[in-house]
Design a protein around this ligand. Structure first.
Ligand code: WTA
Length: 635
């Protein structure tokens, strides 16, 4: 029996038990069999939840790109590694073979070196979904540089914050990007950001939209001529198991984003193992994950996991609605996609459109469907199952986080009976716990609580870049000897898990994590705003949308409220990006506060949800009288 690939439900239970009884043996067998190591480890895992410190495969030496590229060249060199599907369906798709990928990654790695990038340096990547994005990530990994990809929908302020936090030496960007019918001028966003980023020495610019942009003398360089000149082989840097691989920022409940730090060996082993099992991957499959590589889903399940398995992974530049709402289904037919992994928000948006968009395409190549990023509601699940999967493809509802590095809870296709809205069972190797209000573990079934993980796993984030204390406080201080996820969950009568949502001040909008604090900070920058509070409310496409309660400064002047709303959203767009715009903005006289002055978001949330009958006891508030007014004028 191989630990790497689970073949029957019985094997799942056996492996699960083995992984709990002897985690070291379980992970060792997976790591032994399936990877290229320059040197094996001295110890599988060492950990201390109180520090907190986690080390996997310590003593091992490797390079992740040897595992994702070099070792495949001899057995599947001409196989497509990356299949690039451009934004415009009339532009030809690009098939990059493993051999070709090797050459392009090596050349890029040599360019990085020539530009002075060394092992341990941070490189910020701000690119659209074009092959250079995946290639630059791998090129960093090739030479031991730490990549920090910033989603190309973020604003210049958000980009600058992330560059400065990790003191990146270089930005890799493009002259612009295509998104549906729009083009976006990425380079000028970078230029604006770099006005306040002293650590940046070089900007490499890929050509995508061929726009007329200016290069700043001494700092900016076109990528293509450098690549052309570069040597096509690059000896991989031999890394220690715990050397940093990348930083990826995620929102927290305070103002600044958290740079989650992932390291090399454990991340590789875990993403490869979960990719193989969760998608039931077979050699000739054509796998497509629609996420952007700017998010963790793209890192783990477009780049590293699939390539470590020698898979063909699709990179899609476009959007589901361009040139029409049939684009996803057209691409599935065109490339005979076997596994399709997307977000509930995309499913909900497409389910609103005419079914002909789906039915006019042959989707018979599909074998497995997946969802990620937020809870999938029952209606969307059924629409996906009936119309895309034709009731014959299992849906894997995968629960995980930027912090976990890889999928933690998911059905295994064709093995685990699925249940709509349930992520079902933890993968072998993952030990979950539900914790009650008092911090005690809740045993048994038909219970709910806060979701925690009580044993380390290989791909967990090791720290928050530059702020280990915050890592400790956020994830390891709520409960002893456990990782706290920030999510609530229930366990049904057979032990299946259903994620019920965040229990902190993070709101998931269209699958994107947004912390309320940084958005409130932006709103408060408007000169007319005195104070604000933001909560989520249910939205039929985005899952959640944002509701802002705003107190204006007393000026004695009458202001046009619609203009104010626009201006507030404009500030949010500039500081964070359009994904964080508020759907509703209610101007209020006061915000409900506790006696210690904390805003009672619980009450505001209920009002935004229109759950007015059970607001709870408001009499203990500092200012109970404001609640009635807020209710009266709610939007
Ligand atoms: C939520 C995305 C319900 C959850 C990979 C988690 C989910 C947060 C699911 C992490 C799911 C993710 N069902 N909720 N299948 N998957 N979430 O860091 O609240 O962008 O904590 O990672 O998304 O979001 P992140």
């Amino acid at each position: 029996m191989s630990n790497y690939h689970v073949k029957t439900l019985e094997e799942y239970f056996q492996l699960y038990r083995k992984s709990v009884r002897n985690p070291e043996l379980f992970w060792e067998e997976i790591a032994e069999e399936h990877f290229v190591w320059r040197k094996k480890w001295d110890k599988v895992v060492e950990y201390d939840f109180s520090k907190p410190e986690f080390k996997w495969f310590e003593g091992a030496k490797l390079n992740i790109t040897e595992n994702c590229i070099d070792r495949h060249i001899h057995i599947r060199g001409d196989k497509t590694a990356i299949l690039f599907e451009p934004n415009n369906p009339d532009e030809e798709a690009e098939h990059i073979s493993y051999k070709e990928l090797h050459k392009r990654v090596c050349k890029f790695a040599n360019v990085l070196k020539e530009q002075g990038i060394k092992k341990g340096d941070r490189v910020c990547i701000y690119l659209p979904m074009i092959p250079e994005l995946a290639i630059s990530i791998l090129a960093c990994a090739r030479i031991g540089a730490v990549h920090s990809v910033v989603f190309a929908g973020f604003s210049s302020t958000a980009l600058a914050t992330r560059i400065n936090d990790c003191e990146a030496k270089m930005v890799i960007t493009s002259d612009g990007s295509y998104r549906g019918a729009k083009t976006i001028d990425l380079k000028s966003i970078v230029d604006e950001a770099l006005e306040s980023c002293p650590s940046i020495e070089t900007v490499l610019v890929a050509k995508r939209i061929h726009s007329d942009i200016e290069l700043k003398e001494g700092r900016d360089k076109w990528l293509a001529p450098l690549l052309e000149e570069a040597y096509q082989d690059c000896v991989p840097e031999i890394m220690d198991a715990e050397d940093p691989l990348f930083i990826l920022y995620t929102s927290g409940s305070t103002g600044s984003p958290k740079g989650m730090l992932h390291t090399t060996a454990g991340y590789m082993v875990y993403t490869a193992y979960t990719f193989k099992n969760v998608f039931n991957y077979k050699e000739n499959d054509v796998y497509w994950c629609t996420a952007d590589i700017g998010w963790i889903t793209g890192h783990s399940y477009i780049v590293y996991g699939p390539l470590a398995n020698g898979a063909t992974t699709v990179m899609f530049e476009g959007v589901p609605s361009y040139p029409d709402f049939g684009r996803f289904w057209e691409v599935i037919e065109k490339h005979k996609i076997t596994q399709f992994y997307t977000a509930p928000t995309a499913i909900r948006a497409l389910a609103k459109e005419n079914l002909d968009f789906v039915d006019s395409h042959d989707l018979s190549s599909l074998k497995v469907l997946g969802t990620v990023g937020e809870p999938i509601n029952e209606e969307a699940w059924h629409w996906y199952n009936d119309n895309v999967g034709k009731k014959k493809n299992p849906i894997v509802d995968t629960w995980w986080q930027t912090e976990t590095g890889g999928i933690m809870i998911s059905p295994l296709p064709y093995l685990t009976p699925t249940k709509p809205t349930y992520a079902t069972l933890p993968l072998p190797g993952i030990q979950l716990a539900l914790i009650d209000e008092k911090g005690k573990e809740i045993k048994g079934n038909q219970v709910d609580g806060r979701l925690c993980v009580k044993y380390p796993w290989p791909s967990m984030a090791r720290s928050i870049w530059g702020n280990h204390q915050r890592y400790k406080e956020t994830y390891f201080s709520a409960y002893d000897n456990m990782y706290f996820t920030g999510d609530g969950a229930l366990r049904d009568e057979v032990g299946y898990y259903r994620i019920t949502g965040r229990v902190d001040d993070v709101i998931i909008v269209s699958g994107h994590n947004l912390g309320t604090a940084p958005i409130e900070d932006s709103v408060n920058e408007h000169p007319a705003v005195a104070e604000s509070a933001i909560v989520g409310f249910p939205h039929d496409v985005k899952g959640n949308a944002l509701y802002g309660y705003v107190i204006l400064k007393e000026t004695g002047e009458e202001r046009n409220q619609d203009n104010l709303r626009k201006e507030i959203n404009q500030i949010i767009t500039e500081h964070i990006g359009p994904i964080a715009k508020l759907d509703k903005i209610q101007f209020v006289e006061g915000l409900p506060k506790t006696r210690s002055g904390k805003i009672m978001r619980r009450i505001l949330r209920k009002i935004a949800h229109n759950e007015l009958s059970n607001l709870g006891d408001v009499s203990t508030l500092l200012n109970p009288e404001v609640v009635e007014n807020i209710i009266k004028e709610r939007l």
